[in-house]
Design a binder for this molecule. Structure first.
Ligand SMILES: Cc1cc2nc3c(=O)[nH]c(=O)nc-3n(C[C@H](O)[C@H](O)[C@H](O)COP(=O)(O)OP(=O)(O)OC[C@H]3O[C@@H](n4cnc5c(N)ncnc54)[C@H](O)[C@@H]3O)c2cc1C
Length: 501
């Protein structure tokens, strides 16, 4: 019988149920990990924040079984145009309206509280995941075996404690968990005040358009974003001599918006000044304590990638935690988390800073991205997704560290739905005996019999097989039978973690 005075025990405690903590809790729910989420606030954060996420995030939401619930809350984005002070187009960042290899669209617009409500609602599906709101974590003490987590239940003022195998700090920019890890931040140099205004239209203003617009006016750079429903967003630079409080007053807000819209057209839903930072924590893990999301990194929002980066963090982290807690994998597997994620997020933050430079100075840098300037036409911008940093991907093999495509299967399903949150081998041909060995190692197999496109893709890439991790990144590929044997050996339990990690 359990000692009633002993603190409750969980495999994982997540501090914070913002979008990153809530996604992690759903992923751990999928892995069967006993999880407690502690959140200081009673309800979702009320100020305007993320409005865009990408195809990779939607694929994570598909993995946790919530894509269908999220779809009614999103609209597709046609992309972003950069205009100079006279309204001439400088840069065209149109997004394709077709599905990407991820099986989703490249750019979705949404309202962050809507997304968070779906993610939080999804937690009720997992009996081993518990959410406690109004619980403020104030102390973490770790020893060899576990972490003592102390928090205040703000509804009663009672001080409580639980024990956890791991604590994940999804507790935002001012992270307490980061303090207990003892990590300082690398500063990438961008810190600017912007006024962010959400309005709700009272009448049609179709002329505002569906494209996001970057007004690269050096006197007062500004961004317009079409939101979902009647919501429209402007982000406007606050000048050095302006007071942060004063610019959020309604008269001042309408004055700043007067170029585009007035009080007859819309009501102000929320206006707040943010200082956008560009920082990355130097240390994402200290033994049983880890960081994910804004606690680990913050970016200016010009690429719409802050939350997306946090969703990628937890997609990378959750299956590793599941493997350690449920399957006895070595804890050093967690060393690959920061090494894989940090270079990836750093590349996105650096690009966001450069885009911010364009918006601020109207200088279109040569080599900003892969786009080619054309005569008398704006530069076309394309953003390539960064690769995973060094870790589990077998770096000497083609495509290792890239995202794997998702295929439409002959049975009408998407390949991720068939394989679930596990490793999968895309393979040209597989003998019965190796099929048995693979399924014993917990690896799903998909061949050209499941979708012709799988065989076509392998041929195009010049490979006979690709081993894909639960977070959909390619762990390694094989060009022939002997490379295939090496690839599969990676997943035998004794060899799941690279010896160098
Ligand atoms: C104006 C603006 C526009 C943006 N646009 C985009 C965009 O278009 N696309 C995009 O991807 N990102 C965007 N972002 C960034 C995005 O909003 C954040 O990256 C995202 O909210 C971070 O999520 P998180 O879960 O890591 O942290 P948060 O959302 O900050 O959640 C942290 C949670 O932890 C809780 N917490 C903190 N400390 C404790 C404690 N001690 N005990 C218990 N609970 C605690 C907090 O109450 C909070 O609920 C934008 C941000 C801003 C400000």
């Amino acid at each position: 019988m359990q000692d009633k005075s002993a603190p409750e025990e969980f495999d994982v405690v997540i501090v914070g149920r913002g979008p990153v903590g809530a996604t992690l809790a759903n992923l751990l729910g999928l892995c069967g990990v006993r999880t407690l989420v502690l959140e200081r606030e009673a309800r979702t954060y009320h100020l305007p924040r993320a409005v865009h996420f990408d195809d990779e995030c939607m694929r994570v939401f598909q993995t946790i079984g919530l894509a269908d619930a999220i779809l009614p809350h999103v609209i597709l984005s046609p992309g972003m145009l950069f205009l100079d002070a006279a309204g001439r187009m400088l840069l065209d960042w149109s997004r394709p309206q077709t599905l990407t290899p991820m099986g989703w669209h490249l750019s979705y617009r949404f309202h962050q509280p809507d997304l968070e409500d779906v993610l939080i609602g999804g937690l009720a599906r997992w009996p081993h995941v518990t959410l406690r709101n109004r619980c403020d974590v104030f102390a973490l003490d770790q020893d060899e075996d576990s972490v003592r987590v102390r928090y205040e239940d703000l509804s009663s003022g009672k001080l409580c404690e639980v024990r956890a195998g791991y604590v994940i700090g999804c507790d935002g920019a001012r992270s307490l968990v980061r303090r207990f890890i003892g990590s300082s931040m690398d500063d990438l140099g961008f810190h600017e005040r912007w006024l962010v205004i959400d309005v709700l239209l009272k009448r049609d203003r179709d002329d505002l358009g569906d494209y996001s617009l970057q007004h690269c006016d050096p006197r007062r750079p500004a961004t317009y974003v079409r939101g979902t429903g009647t919501r429209r967003r402007w982000e406007i630079t606050v000048l050095p001599d302006e007071d942060s409080q004063a610019v959020t007053q309604p008269a001042q807000v309408w004055e700043l918006l007067s170029r585009w819209i007035g009080p007859d057209d819309a009501e102000i839903e929320r206006a707040a000044v943010y200082t956008f930072h560009s920082v990355i924590a130097q240390q994402w893990r200290n033994r049983r304590l880890l960081l994910a999301g804004d606690s680990a990194h913050q970016t200016p929002p010009f690429l719409g990638q802050g939350m997306c980066a946090g969703i990628r963090d937890v997609a990378n982290l959750a299956w590793k935690l599941g493997a350690i807690i449920r399957e006895g994998a070595a804890p050093r597997l967690l060393d690959t988390y920061q090494s894989e994620r940090l270079p990836h997020v750093r590349e996105f933050i650096e690009l966001a800073i450069r885009l911010g430079g364009v918006i601020n100075t109207k200088a279109i840098e040569a080599g900003l991205a892969a786009g080619q300037p054309r005569d008398n036409a704006p530069v076309k911008l394309e953003v390539k997704k960064p690769l995973l940093g060094p870790g589990l991907a077998l770096g000497d093999l083609p495509l290792a560290g890239h995202l794997a495509p998702q295929f439409a299967l002959n049975d009408g399903r998407r390949s991720d739905d068939r394989t679930g949150y596990s490793h999968v081998l895309f393979v040209a041909d597989v003998t019965l005996s190796s099929r048995l060995a693979l399924s014993q190692a917990g690896i799903e197999i998909l061949t050209h019999d499941d979708a012709e496109a799988i065989g076509d893709w392998l041929r195009e890439q010049g490979i006979v097989a690709a081993l894909v991790r639960p977070d959909r990144y390619i762990r390694g590929t094989a060009r022939n039978e002997s490379e295939l044997a090496r690839l599969v050996a990676v997943l035998e339990p004794s060899t799941q973690v690279p010896s160098a990690a």
